[in-house]
Design a protein around this ligand. Structure first.
Ligand code: PAD
Ligand code: ZN
Length: 375
């Protein structure tokens, strides 16, 4: 029996209030309108950005269905959709690609003006939601909302991937892997033989390490206050790891001594003001490149002496590794299928949507890298 054109009742994890657990609810998912796609989610990862919303540092409109790192299969399409069809394997994109705006048309821009991260409407492009629970409309997160068995996205926020893709792994291409890997290879443009430092060795930081290694960096230093992350970091390519808590000196001074005056490329993959500053100070003042990847707490500023840049440093930031979702994600998935890199080391736990709260607890306690929830 086809579900196309009908409301689908399914299970979803709803966040009703900040700092409260998710509640597993039956939700109604309306059919896709014109230029929209309804997707059966197969697997979704838990990313720290979801947790930023739960704890209130990334404010969104509530109630909401979070989740933005997923893979699934198209269930039905709205009028005028041409890039995907029912049955296609797809990845929802929290950074859309309309292909028409000034940013999409620029070779180096990826934050399409239609992205909802800056707009913060927590709806689809038409300004309304497709989710209802207990008679109330439920908001969308970053136009993806993947902690649900079915979701609806705009066509600009979804991309078809190879039909042989293992969805329970390539879901990481929807955020963590792509963000980290691209921050190294596309944003920083890490060079062969260079020295890199990565602050924060979670799912995104480890993906930066993988990117640095594949770009040919000869020295990759991991920095984390949780030494339990070091073994995995070395497994994916870190040549050494240090814990700032083991030193009396500021960590950028320790790194300056270790690297003869600063690294070529530094990455902040935590989302803290103090480590954003430390990462900037850790790269060489004449030619170092520092990339901000971590999402900092809302409305907090970094104060720096402009002299830190005047000598020649470059300071950049990017979402989604600077990649254009609809152009680049299918290529990354093919690279994965062709064994250019591994995703398995990032996946420490596989669980079900019902266990979402335990999954978030493991992220907060530092016990997991990525937990994948399968539907
Ligand atoms: P995670 O929580 O798995 O990893 C963060 C790591 O940082 C952990 O290993 C912590 O132990 C470590 N850490 C915490 N505090 C410190 C400290 N003071 N000094 C050193 N290490 C510390 O998170 P994640 O890997 O899922 O995400 C990392 C950040 O990247 C987070 O802010 C998230 O919101 C952001 C992100 N940005 C994008 C983007 O597009 N720019 C995409 C996805 C995630
Ligand atoms: Zn994410």
């Amino acid at each position: 029996m086809t579900t196309a054109g009908k409301v689908i009742k399914c299970k979803a994890a709803v966040l009703w209030e900040v700092n409260k657990p998710f509640s597993i609810e039956e939700v109604e998912v309306a059919p896709p309108k014109a230029k929209e796609v309804r997707i059966k989610i197969v697997a979704t990862g838990i990313c720290r950005s979801d947790d930023h919303v739960v704890v209130g540092t990334l404010p969104q409109r509530l109630p909401i269905i979070l989740g933005h790192e997923a893979a699934g299969i198209v269930e039905s399409i709205g009028e005028g959709v041409t890039s995907v069809k029912p049955g296609d394997k797809v990845i929802p994109l929290f950074t859309p690609q309309c292909k028409e705006c000034k940013v999409c048309k620029h070779p180096n821009g990826n934050t399409c003006i239609k992205n909802d991260l800056t707009a913060g409407r927590c709806t689809l492009q038409d300004g309304t939601t497709r989710f209802t629970c207990r008679g109330k409309p439920i908001h969308h997160f970053a136009a993806t909302s993947t902690f649900t068995e079915y979701t609806v996205t705009d066509e600009i926020s979804v991309v078809k991937i190879d039909s042989s893709s293992p969805l329970e792994k390539v879901c990481l291409m929807g955020c963590g892997f792509t963000t980290g890997y691209g921050s190294a290879v596309k944003v920083a443009k890490v060079t062969p033989g260079s020295t890199c430092v990565v602050f924060g060795l979670g799912g995104v930081g480890l993906s930066v390490v993988i990117g640095c290694k594949s770009a040919g960096a000869s020295r990759i230093i991991g920095v984390d206050i949780n030494k339990d992350k070091f073994a995995k970091a070395k497994e994916v390519g870190a040549t050494e790891c240090i814990n700032p808590l083991d030193y009396k000196k500021p960590i950028h001074d320790v790194l300056a001594e270790m690297t003869d005056d600063g690294v070529d490329f530094s990455f902040e993959v935590i989302g803290r003001i103090d480590t954003i500053t430390a990462a900037l100070l850790s790269c060489n003042k004449a030619y170092g490149v520092c990339v901000i990847v971590g999402v900092p707490p809302n409305a907090q500023n970094v104060s720096i002496n402009p002299m830190l840049l005047l000598n020649g440093r470059t300071w950049k930031g990017a979402v989604f590794g600077g990649f254009k979702g609809r152009d680049d994600v299918p290529k990354l998935v093919s690279d994965f299928i062709n064994k250019k890199f591994k995703l398995d080391p990032l996946i420490t736990h596989v669980s079900s949507l019902d266990k979402i709260n335990e999954g978030f607890e493991m992220l907060r306690s530092g016990k997991s890298i990525r937990t994948i929830l399968t539907m």
